[in-house]
Write a protein that binds this ligand. Structure first.
Ligand SMILES: C[S@@+](CC[C@H](N)C(=O)[O-])C[C@H]1O[C@@H](n2cnc3c(N)ncnc32)[C@H](O)[C@@H]1O
Length: 225
């Protein structure tokens, strides 16, 4: 994987809590963060005593390399959001500047932790659709802003194989958002859910208390029947 092809952009624990309806009880479970990238979810939850492992192919790179890539993509992301203001709901951020400042603070938290001595096994260089963990290693797997969002880059087979793998390693899987980068509901959603059902996995759509991409108000919950 080439770091240049990645757009590192990370969210906070508070955003994960809202995107995935995480309760206090959930936060005490053994959690897998899948495709966590430079999110500070792992860093912040660990500080609160949580038990979380994040996987992402970006963890093949050093903190310095990831930091340089964040700086490189920052102007491009800022420009893209500025050109598409109405595609987003501006309730939690005051402006594009505010959004970017908060994202940079979040990613700084991650970089400080990731580059430090206590990052250990909490950030692992692994990638869907194949993970090294044994069956049911986690209570909960969370996948934020990867599956369904990148429907143009990842095909339906990749989605099915990835969700089956997440259901293998975790008792419950939550995925958000279900819209693509263009903001429409992923065209894979119904097909993927039907294929999972055939494989014995029940899925549900649940409303969440989070909306930044307009219309992205639901997560997918998947578990063995
Ligand atoms: C848009 S970022 C989302 C980061 C974080 N989850 C968040 O919501 O703030 C998408 C992440 O998915 C990671 N990724 C790309 N392909 C992946 C794969 N096959 N398996 C796991 N993660 C992957 C990227 O490296 C990137 O860090």
């Amino acid at each position: 994987m080439e770091l240049k092809s990645i757009v590192p952009w990370g969210r906070s624990l508070a955003e994960y809590v809202a995107m995935f309806n995480l309760t206090e009880a959930n936060l005490q479970q053994k959690i897998l963060g899948c495709g966590d990238g430079p999110a500070s979810f792992n860093t912040e939850l660990t500080k609160l005593g949580g038990d979380v492992i994040s996987i992402d192919p970006i963890y093949a790179f050093s903190a310095q390399e990831i930091s340089e890539q964040i700086q490189a993509v920052y102007p491009e992301i800022k420009a893209r959001v500025s050109q598409n203001l109405t595609s987003f709901v501006w309730s939690q951020f005051d402006s594009v500047e505010d959004l970017c400042e908060i994202r940079m603070q979040t990613m700084s938290l991650f970089l400080e932790d990731y580059g430090g001595r206590n990052s250990g096994d909490r950030h692992q260089n692994q990638a869907l659709p194949k993970l090294s963990f044994s069956d049911k290693s986690f209570d909960l797997a969370l996948c934020s802003h990867l599956l369904f969002l990148y429907s143009q880059q990842l095909d339906a087979a990749m989605h099915i194989a990835s969700i089956l793998e997440l259901c293998r390693v975790a008792k419950e899987v939550r995925i958000y958002p279900l819209v693509t980068l263009s903001g429409e509901l992923s065209s894979y959603l119904d097909f993927v859910r039907a294929e999972l059902l055939t494989a014995g996995i029940k899925t549900e759509l649940k409303d969440v208390d989070y909306e930044f991409q307009r219309g992205a108000t639901q997560m997918l919950v998947a578990k063995w029947q």
